[in-house]
Write a protein that binds this ligand. Structure first.
Ligand code: SAH
Length: 321
């Protein structure tokens, strides 16, 4: 039945007065497909240099207030090793879109992590197919590249340096190369409607994505969108629940931005379809310079944060992995 939903159906469902039935269905599908496991992933933000000018992002190339950094290969290996010792089984290597960071250096870190038996997700933006193929050869398992919005006109207005067609082209190429491919989008972008979100959900299904990060837009004070209202957590959770029904096996993170909004009350997001959570393992001072959106970040304490997260997941009757 869900496979037959079209754009109008999805927009109508998102607007329902009472969404509890859909949440219950999403929870049931999540339990069937993912049992009670919550996957924990470590994210290492190794460079905040970026050539793009995405109007919502604090790291956009035109923001002069960012202290730019690039971690060395040695620093990246040390941070990854610390995360693995703390129990993480997946490292997400994320950065701005930074052509100044040698692809070979990223390749070396991918090989280092793979040798230690963990999985690697890369999230470094748009690159030529040869680079994606090279990182895959180095052992990268997954790639995260969000569509951001499936409306081509809205995409164009938010991204002076790229088109939706190019973004989707990259996602298809990543699939072709055998990556577990992750996309996703923001909720509450200025000009977005429920119909846009319906389009977003259908694009996830069309690719089809193996992972999808759906999170609220949070205005950053040093960007052109500083005065726009933030996205809603209820609408975000509705979109996550519908994504679970459209793509039963998809890995759906409870995004960090949703955590910022709900002040850590992410209990409910694990009962509406999400099954993954990420934790920053970026060492100081770099972590505080990687400000995509405003967030009150504490000091990085990899071991303690991992242990606390595991306890919290167990307190919900779920199993952290
Ligand atoms: N440079 C990489 C990584 C992007 S950062 C790339 O281009 O893929 C990860 C995600 O943060 C983005 O894909 C976007 O969805 C999200 N993001 C950026 N700015 C945001 C904001 N102001 N509010 C909420 N999410 C934001």
């Amino acid at each position: 039945m869900t496979a037959e939903w079209n754009r109008e159906d999805l927009a109508r469902l998102l607007a329902l007065e009472d969404f509890s039935e859909i949440y219950a269905q999403a929870d049931e599908v999540q339990r069937r497909e993912k049992r009670d496991v919550v996957q924990i992933r470590a994210i290492l933000e190794f460079s905040n240099c970026c050539r793009r000018r995405c109007r919502y992002c604090g790291l956009n190339a035109e923001n002069p207030r960012v202290t730019r950094y690039r971690m060395s290969v040695q620093e990246m290996k040390e941070a990854a090793a610390e995360a693995l010792e703390a129990g993480y089984r997946t490292i997400v290597l994320q950065s701005g879109e930074d052509p100044g960071f040698p692809a070979e250096d990223i390749g070396e870190v991918i090989r280092f992590i793979k040798q230690k038996g963990a999985a690697v997700t890369v999230s470094c933006g748009e690159w030529p197919s040869e680079v994606y193929a090279y990182w895959r050869d180095c052992g990268a398992d997954r790639y995260l590249l969000k569509q951001e919005t499936a409306d081509p006109a809205l995409y164009g207005s938010l991204h002076p340096c790229g088109t939706l067609a190019e973004r989707v082209g990259c996602l298809r190429e990543l699939k072709r190369l055998g990556y577990e491919t992750g996309s996703g989008f923001m909720i509450g972008l200025p000009g977005q409607t429920l119909d846009t979100i319906a389009q977003d959900l259908l694009l996830l299904a069309e690719i089809p994505c193996d992972m999808a990060g759906i999170g609220p837009f949070l205005p950053h004070p040093d960007t052109p969108l500083r005065d726009c209202p933030e996205g809603g957590s209820e609408l975000t959770m509705r979109a996550v629940a519908l994504a679970r029904l459209l793509l039963p096996q998809c890995n759906l993170p409870a995004t960090t931005s949703l955590g910022v909004l709900s002040g850590g009350a992410r209990r409910s997001v694990f009962s509406c379809g999400a099954n993954v959570i990420m934790r920053k393992v970026t060492p100081e001072p770099y972590k505080s310079y990687y400000e995509i959106y405003p967030a009150n970040l504490g000091r990085t304490e990899v071991r303690r944060e991992r242990a606390e997260l595991e306890d919290w997941i167990r307190s919900m009757g779920k199993t952290p992995v």
